[in-house]
Write a protein that binds this ligand. Structure first.
Ligand code: ADP
Ligand code: 5GP
Length: 225
């Protein structure tokens, strides 16, 4: 009866550092081969356990600036002293292949995406409390104390931007958060503005005509007792 656009969604996920964006996204990707996570480029140092081309493409600040000049990025921003950017390449191609594309980017990058991609979906991952955010950032053991403080200060500004997003999910219980993000992605597929065509295929057309022509339905006024 309806044909919906086959283009994949573009899902932008933001939230304070340590809220659990990366962890949630990895879980969403696990059961979803139709989902593709864009790998950003960054000038920040590689963390233990991270891999080139998997977590990021790691470059020097000069190389990053050169890429900006070349128009390599869909969007980019400086976050707590380091550059981060989404390579343009592949985003449209993946969407046209029907894949849902996820961008895990901070709020200024998300604002820039809003200006250039009108059908993007914005999800904000919120920590359950400041105390828990601090605990997660410290437990992750990936940043120095100074960097943790800077990320924490940035989190105050980020949380004030939540109303610019379409959805907010509090990442308390991980399993529940993942279910909610998946549910949002599924619901977005049912939006009426994704409908390309409403049609009657031949069998349905015959049935439709039979019903219209049927005497049972013509000139029959319901009786009210
Ligand atoms: P982000 O990508 O937002 O910076 P991470 O995904 O790296 O955050 O998560 C930060 C830390 O919090 C990690 O050590 C991760 O294992 C942990 N974490 C993520 N989600 C939860 C959760 N729901 N409950 C408890 N710990 C979590
Ligand atoms: P981290 O250093 O913790 O990996 O990332 C720091 C912040 O940069 C996170 O909020 C993350 O979402 C954001 N980020 C990662 N990649 C990009 C990107 O390509 N563009 C923008 N604008 N932000 C990004």
């Amino acid at each position: 009866m309806i044909k919906s656009k086959e283009i994949g969604s573009l899902i932008v996920i933001s939230g304070p550092s340590g809220a659990g964006k990366g962890t949630v996204i990895q879980e969403v990707l696990k059961d979803n081969p139709n989902c593709w996570l864009s790998v950003s480029m960054t000038s920040r140092e590689i963390r233990p356990g991270e891999q080139e081309g998997v977590n990021y493409y790691y470059v020097s600040e000069d190389e990053f600036k050169q890429k900006i000049k070349e128009g390599y990025f869909l969007e980019y921003n400086n976050y707590v002293g380091n550059y981060y950017g989404t390579p343009k390449e592949f985003i449209n191609q993946k969407r046209l292949e029907g894949k849902d594309v996820i961008l895990e980017i901070e709020i200024n990058g998300a604002n820039n995406i809003k200006k250039i991609i009108d059908d993007a979906i914005f999800i904000f991952i919120m920590p359950p409390s400041w105390k828990e955010l601090k605990r997660r950032l410290e437990n992750r053991k990936t940043e120095t104390k100074e960097k943790i403080i800077k990320r924490f200060q940035t989190a105050y500004r980020e949380i004030n931007e939540v109303t610019k997003y379409n959805y907010v999910v509090v990442n308390d219980d991980l399993e529940e958060t993942v279910e909610k993000v998946k549910a949002i992605m599924l619901a977005e597929k049912c939006r009426v503005d994704r409908i390309e065509e409403v049609y009657l295929n031949s069998d349905e057309e015959i049935l439709h005509e039979m019903l219209i022509d049927s005497k049972e339905f013509v000139n029959e006024t319901p009786k009210i007792d």
